[in-house]
Design a binder for this molecule. Sequence first.
Ligand code: C5P
Length: 234
Amino acid sequence: MPATHDPKIIVALDFPSDREALDLATRLDPKQCRLKVGKEMFTRYGPTLVERLQTQGFEIFLDLKFHDIPNTVAGACRSAAELGVWMVNVHCLGGRKMMSEAANALSKVSRRPMLIGVTILTSMGEEDIAEVGVEGPIAQRVLQLARLAQDSGLDGVVCSPLEIEPVRANLGADFALVTPGIRPAGGSADDQKRIMTPGKAIATGATYLVIGRPITQAPDPLQALAAITAEIPA
Ligand code: C5P
C-alpha cells in the first residue's frame, strides 16, 4: 500500500499506562496514521508522552477540549503549538471570542496546529442539553456551533457519523470534519451506538477518522490499520 501524505486515520491511544501506548506506537507506521492523546493519558504523563510519540515520527492530535476564558484558552493553544502537536481542540460553547482568540494566537506561531471545535458532546441527549439550558434539537445546535466555529477562524469540528452530511453540506469542502464512532465492516461496535464504516464516513464527507479499539485491541494493529485504510476510497 502506498504511504499517504495525509493519512485519514487518527488512532485513539486510550490506555491506562504509557508503556502500552508507546508499545503500540512501535507497532504502527507514522506514514499510515496519526495518534490522539486525550485527557487521561495527558494528565498522567504530560508533554513527555507527546514528545516521545513525536520522536517516534507520529503527528499528534492533542484532545484536551479547552474551555475557559479567551486569554487562558489562547495561552493553552499556544503551549500546544510549542509542544509541536498537529491538531488541538476547544469547546465551541466557549463562544466566538474564545475561539477567535485561540485562532489568532495560533496564527502567530511558526508551526500552526489545526484548530478544531467540539460542538455538543455526543454523550448528551436532548434532555441533557435542556437541563443545562441549551435549546434543542441537538442537530440544529451542532450546525449553529459549527458555523460559529468556522466564522471564528477554526479549521473544523469533531462530529459523529450522523452529523457529517448536514455539516459538510452547510460548511463547505474545506472545513475539516473529525469523526469518531467508526467501525470496519463486520467489526464489533463495542459501546459505540451511532457507527459508520470508514469507507462510508469518508464518502459522506468526513476528513479524518478517530479510531480506537478496532486498531488498538487488534492482534496485529498494523494489519488492522492497513485493512481499514483499504476500505477508504483513494
Ligand atoms: O475505541 P473507539 O474507536 O470507540 O474510540 C473512539 C475514540 O474517540 C475514543 O478516544 C473516544 O473517547 C473518542 N470519541 C468518541 N465519541 C465522541 C468523541 C470522542 O468516541 N463523540
